[in-house]
Design a protein around this ligand. Structure first.
Ligand SMILES: NC(=O)c1ccc[n+]([C@@H]2O[C@H](COP(=O)([O-])OP(=O)(O)OC[C@H]3O[C@@H](n4cnc5c(N)ncnc54)[C@H](OP(=O)(O)O)[C@@H]3O)[C@@H](O)[C@H]2O)c1
Length: 307
């Protein structure tokens, strides 16, 4: 899609987006839906505009993700591309309530959480986000102060849900001890080689009803190929291919691993074919991994300490 041809549409669409209240999302075809501990629903997978896309113009990338069928966007103030993602949101013509938008607090305005989300909303061209996360504990000076400010954002209608990212079990427990509104989500780096070390965190999250979102789950394929989990995921991909009658790639099987564990996937790609592929494991009736396959796949903790 060529952006300049869409510019005349932007003001009307932006107006439409600004005028919509914080209405619950209505539909996410092709996504798996989870219910958060605050009663709101969240779709999986997310299209992320961080990591490789950080600091770049992501309008075309986000539009491509929408065209492919993605309806959930993972953003952050520190990705420095909320403005260009906002152009894609406006140009997409998709109703605000049919999109799920996450962005994150990065202390770019000191500890002024309201100033930071206001800046994000303005850049994104929306009047609320669906989920606002503290990007990492390091951005928080006083946990009580910042969490109260996060809670106030829900009451003020800036966001429908709040949560955290990159919190370990100790940090999450500390937060739970002061929270009036529990974090709905913890977004973490999660892949075959660190899954076992995250188990205490996953157990705590389950007990407290906190949903786990995973990023960099393709690590065994992308930055750490050749590891012992490869043969397991290839074996599972073969079984899934037989079961579905389609060719299922190791990448698709990896995202299916997250679905089987009830974990939200945050992934990305610059390629249309791959984006389409990545949606397949979220289709209704896509077969789950067995418990034995999951155990085998996660059996190499810390295999490559550099990842
Ligand atoms: N909360 C946090 O601290 C945090 C940290 C990091 C990331 N995130 C979020 O998570 C998103 C995804 O992070 P990530 O990039 O680390 O995740 P990832 O899903 O593990 O990797 C995606 C990358 O892998 C490549 N890829 C996709 N499918 C592939 C396949 N089948 N074979 C080989 N390569 C493949 C893509 O490149 P191509 O373009 O070539 O397809 C893309 O660059 C980010 O955009 C961000 O929104 C959050």
């Amino acid at each position: 899609m060529y952006i300049p041809t869409l510019l005349p549409l932007l003001s009307t669409l932006t107006e439409k987006i600004f005028n919509s209240a914080a209405t619950p999302p209505t539909q996410f075809p092709g996504h798996v839906l989870y219910t958060l501990n605050d009663g709101n629903q969240i779709p999986s997978p997310f299209f992320g505009v961080g990591s490789v896309l950080k600091g770049s113009n992501v309008t075309e990338n986000a539009l491509l993700s929408f065209k492919t069928g993605y309806r959930a966007l993972d953003e952050s103030a520190i990705y420095f591309n909320e403005d260009t993602a906002g152009l894609a949101i406006a140009a997409s013509g998709i109703a605000r309530e049919a999109l799920y938008i996450t962005t994150k607090f990065d202390a770019l305005h000191g500890q002024d959480v309201e100033a930071e989300i206001s800046s994000s909303l303005e850049k994104l061209g929306v009047s609320y986000v669906d989920l606002y996360l503290i990007h990492a504990p390091v951005f928080v000076k006083d946990p009580l102060d910042v969490w109260r400010k996060m809670e106030a954002l829900v009451e003020q209608g800036f966001t429908r849900s709040i949560g955290v990212s990159n919190y370990d079990a100790t940090q999450l427990s500390e937060l739970l001890s002061i929270a009036r509104i529990k974090p709905a989500v913890n977004q973490i780096r999660y892949h075959a080689y660190n899954a076992q070390s995250h188990q205490p965190l996953l157990d705590l999250a389950k007990k407290e009803g906190i949903l786990i979102e995973a990023y960099s789950s393709l690590t065994p394929i992308t930055s750490a190929p050749g590891g012992p989990a490869d043969s397991i995921v290839e074996k599972v991909a073969k079984r899934l291919s037989k079961a579905t009658g389609k060719i299922i790639t190791p990448g698709q099987a990896t995202l299916g691993w997250l679905c089987s564990k009830g974990i939200v996937a945050v992934t990305t790609s610059s390629k249309e074919e791959r984006l389409k592929e990545q949606l397949v494991p979220f289709e209704k009736d896509f077969p789950a991994w067995t418990e034995k396959e999951i155990r085998e796949y996660e059996a190499f903790p810390g295999w490559n300490e550099t990842i």
